[in-house]
Design a protein around this ligand. Structure first.
Ligand code: SF4
Length: 521
């Protein structure tokens, strides 16, 4: 169920407006232009903090000329930061008021809106919450707190805890990872919000390669200067394998030469579109010690593939997977999307069955997110199109697909090992990475835990540097757009270098003839 409201006033502190907006969005409350047809004539929300102890939220609903008033309050938890607690309690109060009084349906994750919900559990454990005096993790206590603080379903709380605990022994804050962003794709998918550049002419690719080489060289110098040890390398995009064979080989050689050492535990290359995987690329990946490859069918239904603009066939998926399997003993990941246009539970069941026949090591189940900037969102925003035109499955159907995946993958001895959420996800659920035991994608865990330094090179790559003492994570974002990346590369490098020098003291002096040292950055 969704509600359209003509006017929403959010009163109280302006900093509270984002939590309020998150709750409204997750419950499907939409503001329409004043005077347009709406279920409610108005909604006013007011929250206040009383004596740093209690948050009171008041709601005024205007309907057919009548005004209705509701009120809810909650107490601040003393073991959390006051600012975050106020935000959480505003959301909690408001969510309860709306669900109880406007007959809106609860959503599986309640008021848990962040991208990385498992981090909350890992922080609690670090601070000692949920650990008994005998040093045993009290799963039930943690699970109950998730449900009570965030109003999640119990099974979601259990899933979050399972993933959070599985990640604990793999999280590594001593080493670093490197992300390499290749911003090209063969075509643009209907749901893609990434400004991926459809593969340009060779001269432009060559220009990108020159910039990438400079970016990589600078990052490699930083690694030496700071004495970092690389744990994982992840080449993503875009679709790195969209590069022509010669450029793909040049790129992997650069990455290998600058970042690879015997200590590297995982070297992943995304080859998302199966029709980009050639025998030569497979040889190149073997030559440069790649350990993990991602092939992403999204669905095994040709009609859907055509509709979402993937421009490859179901047979391409099988062929690429079998070629990869025959060529090396690397781990193979496959990404699927639930909630695609025109698909129902039966379609997803067939897709999952076909994928599991191939025996991948890792399967990531994404829920379709209607992201800003995607063709899908643009077309839906156009008054002439509606959700019905795309025949999108309902939230309930998407949830049943996720439940099916959960049941079948567990039956096949897969375990959930990373999880993240996005805004505007179908079914208001989550994306989950499942793997065979021991096949966890290490990079996926490090990026989600945000405890490890990630150096990002290439377009749309971000560098993340945690500063535990300040409880902060610093970031540098390289532009997603190719032209901006090429134009501003030196600025991104300078920012990355500056940030590293500020947060992590250098331990090694570079030789004088190093490019980075010469430039004094
Ligand atoms: S393959 Fe991925 S990055 Fe490329 S267009 Fe599709 S969704 Fe976007």
């Amino acid at each position: 169920m969704s509600i359209k409201v003509n006017k929403i006033n959010i009163l109280g502190e302006s900093s509270l407006s984002k939590p309020v907006k998150d709750v409204l969005r997750s419950l499907g409350i939409e503001t329409v232009n004043n005077g347009a047809e709406a279920d409610l004539d108005g909604l006013e929300i007011f929250s206040e903090l009383i004596g740093k102890k209690k948050v009171i939220t008041r709601l005024k609903v205007v309907l057919e000329g009548n005004e209705y008033f509701f009120r809810n309050s909650s107490f601040v938890r003393l073991d959390e930061r006051l600012g975050s607690e106020v935000n959480r309690l505003v959301k909690r109060n408001l969510y309860c008021l709306l669900v109880d009084n406007l007959e809106l349906e609860c959503v599986p994750y309640g008021i848990l809106h962040g991208v990385r919900p498992t981090k909350i559990i890992q922080r609690w454990l670090k601070e000692g919450f949920g650990i008994t005096s005998q040093g045993v993790i009290d799963r039930d206590r943690i699970s109950r707190r998730i449900v009570s603080d965030f109003l999640t379903d119990r099974d979601k709380a259990e899933l979050l805890m399972e993933v959070a605990l599985r990640q604990l022994p793999i999280i590594n804050s001593k080493k670093i990872s490197v992300y390499v962003g290749i911003p090209f794709c063969k075509t643009r998918c209907l749901y893609c919000s990434f400004p991926s550049n459809v593969l340009p002419a060779e001269e432009i690719i060559a220009e990108f390669m020159t910039a990438l080489a400079r970016d990589i060289e600078s990052a490699a110098n930083s690694i030496k200067r700071h004495g970092f040890e690389v744990q994982t390398i992840y080449v993503g995009g875009g679709t790195p394998s969209a590069l022509p064979d010669n450029f793909f080989a040049e790129m992997l050689e650069l990455v290998h030469k600058n970042f690879y050492s015997e200590g590297v535990e995982e070297f992943t290359v995304e080859c998302g579109r199966p029709d980009t995987i050639t025998a030569q690329k497979i040889d190149t990946m073997k030559q440069f010690n790649v350990t993990r490859v991602s092939v992403n069918p999204q669905t095994m239904h040709q009609e859907t593939l055509d509709l979402i603009g993937r421009k490859h066939t179901v047979e391409d998926v099988t062929r690429a997977f079998n070629d990869l399997r025959a060529a090396g003993d690397w781990l193979i990941n496959m990404d699927l999307i639930i909630g695609l246009p025109g698909e129902r539970l039966g379609d997803f069941k067939e897709t999952l069955e076909k994928i599991l026949e191939l025996k991948p090591d890792d399967v990531t189940i994404h829920s379709l997110a209607i992201k800003r900037g995607s063709k899908l969102q643009t077309r839906l925003a156009d008054e002439l199109n509606s959700l019905e035109d795309f025949d999108l499955p309902s939230d309930a159907e998407v949830r049943s697909m996720a439940e099916h995946a959960n049941k079948v993958l567990r039956g096949e001895k897969f375990v959930p090992y990373y999880l993240y959420r996005q805004a505007y996800m179908s079914g208001q659920i989550e994306n989950v990475g499942w793997c065979r035991r021991g096949a966890e994608g290490i990079y996926n865990i490090q990026i989600m835990s945000e405890r490890q330094i990630i150096l990002g090179v290439g377009a749309a790559a971000s560098t993340k540097i945690p500063e535990p003492a300040a409880k902060r994570i610093w970031s540098v974002f390289n532009a997603k757009d190719l032209n901006t990346y090429l134009r501003d590369l030196e600025r991104y490098i300078a920012r990355r270098e500056k940030l590293l020098k500020t947060i992590c003291p250098p331990v090694v002096k570079l030789e004088k003839n190093s490019t980075t040292a010469k430039e004094g950055d």
